[in-house]
Design a protein around this ligand. Structure first.
Ligand code: AMP
Ligand code: GLY
Length: 423
């Protein structure tokens, strides 16, 4: 079969790497892809937001399945676009409908959904300009720190955690006045939960699901989890506190009721559900949902997934996931992200990346890279994710760090403490 994968980051390189290993695949296209995905298939210069162009390409190239990497086209309704076009409706899309993607696209939708289905999450209150006074009153009933979230997509920047009540009230005002544009026209105020986070992924056909290997990502730029938030500086799998007992709670209290809730509400959902969880004294709570895989979690999850991913995608599209069993590589997998100097603030692009041909014992997944004048150059903040296996977490990390010293570009930075807080 012919597959078209949308996206251009490290997540998409890892997905492309895994898809390309499937004997079910004749041809893999990645749109727009990056310098790394070009080694797994053919990159095509299409914009994911241009649904008409994606559709025409799919028809012209005999595409049998569309796999959507990032959230933006899902939230904008690419699955519905395919479903509602008579010529495209037979092409299965791995990625939920616009309504399903609201689990990620609207924090207010996600919180109401969890409330309706009794899924453990932080207490909350949704505020618009109309009920601002009630929002301020709610804040006053909460204890510090105060959690304020823009309702809509805000490129990972829409969450503020503030210690001072006065400041929190001012920021609520700023957010409602457009601090994050339309995304913060509505704001979700939340109770602060204290614990350690992890990421759990399910693939669903809308009624059944399989749970993929879990992961933990490291979002802060600085060692010891300090400094600004980034897209993710590294990840590890498995996660030591995700014991069978904890995962049993995750499945029965969170995954099953989520998939059951989607089905009960007739929400079309074929694709990944990403559960951003927090472990509060051994009890799992949902911090957020995403309607896609995580990045950089995918760069470790794909290493540990034993199954043919295209076989799983086919089962998701056919509604036969109940017959599938996930096989997990027993080894540890880690990824260490090399980023551009200055990231997540301002940084320069176009730096030549050397040493990629000398990488041994790791897979170098490309995040922000491009080809310029025949050379691989940086084209984003996150540049290369060095992913490795090991019999122990330490052994896997050693391989990634060894290669992190070899791959080089002007301004390179990476965290040397990925996995530091886990056993
Ligand atoms: P989100 O975009 O919802 O994942 O939030 C970004 C980050 O803010 C999360 O990964 C958490 O570290 C933190 N966070 C969000 N909500 C809460 C909460 N209710 N309690 C504590 N930390 C939170
Ligand atoms: N690593 C977190 C995310 O993909 O949103």
């Amino acid at each position: 079969m012919n597959i078209l994968l949308l996206g251009s980051g490290g997540r998409e390189h890892a997905l492309a790497w895994k898809i390309a290993q499937s004997p079910l695949v004749d041809k893999l296209y990645i749109a727009p892809g990056n310098a790394g995905t070009a080694s797994c298939g053919e990159n095509v210069a299409l914009k994911a937001e241009d649904f008409a162009a994606v559709g025409e390409f799919a028809l012209a190239h005999g595409i049998d399945m569309l796999v959507v990497g990032p959230e933006a086209p899902l939230v904008a309704g690419i699955a519905d676009y395919f479903k509602n076009d008579g010529r495209l409706s037979k092409i299965p899309v791995i990625g939920p409908s616009k309504q399903g993607a609201q689990l990620e696209g609207s924090k207010d939708f996600a919180k109401h959904f969890m409330q309706r289905h009794g899924i453990p999450t932080a207490a909350y209150f949704s505020v618009t300009k109309e009920n601002k006074q009630e929002g301020l009153d709610f804040l006053k009933t909460m204890k510090a720190p105060y959690v304020l979230k823009a309702d809509g997509l805000a490129a990972g920047k829409g969450v503020l955690i503030i210690n001072d009540l006065q400041e929190a009230c001012e920021e609520l005002d700023n957010m409602l006045s457009g601090k994050f544009g339309a995304a913060s026209g509505k704001v979700v105020l939340e109770e602060f939960l204290s614990g350690i986070e992890c990421s759990v992924f399910a693939l669903t056909d809308g009624k059944d699901y399989v749970i993929l290997p879990e992961a933990k990502d490291y979002k802060r730029i600085g060692e010891g989890d300090t400094g600004l938030n980034t897209g993710g500086m590294g990840a590890v799998s498995p996660v030591s506190f995700c014991t069978p007992e904890f995962m049993q709670k995750v499945e029965s209290r969170i995954v099953r009721p989520t998939i059951g809730g989607l089905k009960a509400e007739n929400i079309d959902y074929t694709g990944f559900v990403f559960f951003g969880l927090i472990n509060v004294g051994g009890e799992p709570y949902v911090i957020e949902y995403n309607a896609r895989m995580g990045d950089p979690e995918t760069e470790v999850v794909m290493l540990r997934l034993g199954n043919d991913i295209v076989d799983l995608f086919k089962a998701a599209a056919d509604g036969t996931l109940a017959s599938k069993k996930i096989e997990k590589d027993p080894r540890y997998a880690v990824t260490v992200m090399l980023v551009s100097g200055g990231y997540p603030g301002e940084y320069e692009k176009g730096k030549v990346i050397n040493g990629l041909d000398k990488v041994e014992g790791s897979v170098a997944f490309h995040a922000g890279t491009a080809i310029k004048d025949g050379k691989t150059v940086t084209s984003g903040g996150r540049v290369i994710a060095l992913s490795s296996y090991g019999a122990s977490k330490q052994e896997a990390l050693s391989a990634s760090f060894r290669n992190a010293a070899i791959v080089d570009f002007d301004g390179k930075y990476y965290r040397r403490d990925i996995g530091f807080d886990l056993q």
